[in-house]
Design a protein around this ligand. Structure first.
Ligand SMILES: Nc1ncnc2c1ncn2[C@@H]1O[C@H](COP(=O)(O)OP(=O)(O)OP(=O)(O)O)[C@@H](O)[C@H]1O
Ligand SMILES: [Mg+2]
Length: 405
């Protein structure tokens, strides 16, 4: 039997739920899920921490069970960040690398990245990732991997993903409260995309829409790279709250109606009958549909605005992939297809080994994607002090080829 050489942990900090996925890795590169769990979260507002104790407690509680299940004591994780504060900024930089015979090396790449990034995002932001779109050498464009090539002038175009500094600091503090070291911070929707998209989709153009409790994240990919991240400050809980207000019921009953009776195709005809405290309550189907439809329309209108802002309206041949707990609403893809005017499917992580079926669900996409990012290891890139990115090599590179598109 293959021996486990290390573990990888992904931790998704959602407004309503925290989720974690633990995988073991063998020397041969075999990955299997050995633990997962979720817990109700408190202390978050629209994807952002409003206090430290709530999330720290929820995570602490959740991890106890995961550790028992996996037999592994968790001390670090790759963690998600969310909220409309997330930003992608397109930048470019240029450096002189020396004489025409100079062979471009890693150091040159770090330098050009530094030039492309420094001062391009506002000072109160932490850079979470720098995605190089391509390089040009002595004016010749379209170079994907310039290492070893010769030239005197190196230019780079890149996409910088950033979050507000205080939000990152608070997230790290909450993790400290749960005795966890943060390996790396990744936007939830980007992590989710990593778990559900294939190479073809990313190459041709696709949007991932993460329908969470209080937010709806949008990530757009084209030519294999992340092009845009945007977060709409409304989610599936808004539907529940609207139902509670309009039907004059508490949120538990509203949640039950949403989960059991609402469909995104609005094809239900019968009125809804629910027993509340042994008393039968009847809700008019038409009224329920009207409330849900109005909120869904508003959310997807905002998603469409994000696509437009990014310059991708009607430009995504692979359509949209829905993830997050909100994507579990029955037939939501039917509504989304009409609203977004593109093909839509539900996304879930696939083809993972071990006890994977439990996490092959839309709401686990972000946690799985974070775990996959943790597999990558060496993720502690410090962009502020020049780029010290470590290259992953050895046995991990094989796994990366499989999971990183
Ligand atoms: N079967 C279901 N049908 C409809 N909605 C569902 C279903 N299951 C869960 N949801 C909704 O999904 C939402 C929770 O999704 P998720 O766990 O992805 O959110 P989160 O990550 O905690 O929040 P956010 O991403 O906004 O910070 C809730 O609004 C919940 O009502
Ligand atoms: Mg979420």
């Amino acid at each position: 039997m293959d021996e486990t050489v290390r573990y990888a942990v992904g931790l998704d900090v959602g407004t309503e739920n925290v989720r974690t996925v633990v995988a073991s890795l063998t020397k041969e590169g075999q990955l299997s899920i050995v633990g997962y769990n979720e817990a109700k979260n408190t202390g978050m507002r629209k994807g952002v921490l409003a206090n430290l104790a709530g999330p720290a407690d929820a995570i602490d509680k959740m991890l106890g069970e995961v550790e028992r299940m996996s037999g592994y004591e968790i001390h670090s994780a790759t963690v998600s960040i969310n909220g409309s504060q997330l930003l992608t900024t397109k930048t470019e930089g240029m450096i002189a690398v020396g004489t025409v015979e100079h062979e471009i090396n890693e150091e040159d790449l770090y330098r050009v990245e530094d030039v492309a990034v420094t001062g391009r995002v506002p000072a109160n932001r932490e850079i979470l990732d720098v995605i190089p779109f391509g390089y040009s050498i002595d004016g010749q464009e379209g170079v994907r991997d310039p290492i070893g090539m010769t030239g005197a002038r190196l230019e780079m175009k890149a996409n910088v993903v950033s979050a507000l500094q205080p939000n990152c600091t608070n997230l790290r503090r909450a993790m400290e409260g749960a005795k966890l070291e943060v390996e790396r911070i990744i936007p939830s929707v980007v992590a989710g995309a990593r778990a559900v998209l294939n190479e073809r989709q990313k190459e041709n153009g696709v949007a991932v829409v993460d329908l969470g409790a209080a937010t709806t994240g949008v990530a757009i990919y084209e030519e294999g790279d992340l092009q845009y991240v945007g977060v709409v400050p409304a989610g599936s809980n808004n539907i529940t709250n609207d139902l509670a207000i309009c039907l004059e019921i508490n949120t538990e009953v509203a949640e039950e109606i949403k989960r059991r009776y609402v469909t995104g195709s609005f094809s239900g005809e019968k009125d809804i009958v629910i027993k509340v405290n042994r008393e039968e309550m009847v809700f008019e189907r038409e009224k329920v549909d009207e409330v849900v439809r109005a909120r869904l329309a508003e959310i997807f209108e905002k998603v469409k605005k994000e696509l437009k802002k990014a310059g991708y309206e009607k430009r995504l041949p692979e359509g949209a992939v829905l993830i997050g707990g909100g994507a579990k609403m029955r037939d939501i893809e039917v509504f989304a297809k009409t609203a977004l005017e593109m093909s839509v499917k539900i996304g879930a992580p696939r083809d993972l080994g071990g006890v994977a079926t439990a996490v092959e669900k839309p709401e686990y996409a972000a946690a799985v994607g974070l775990m996959l990012a943790s597999v990558e290891g060496g993720g502690n890139r410090d962009f502020k002090q020049g780029n010290k990115a470590k290259k992953t090599g050895g046995f991990l590179s094989g796994i990366l080829k499989k999971f990183r598109f």
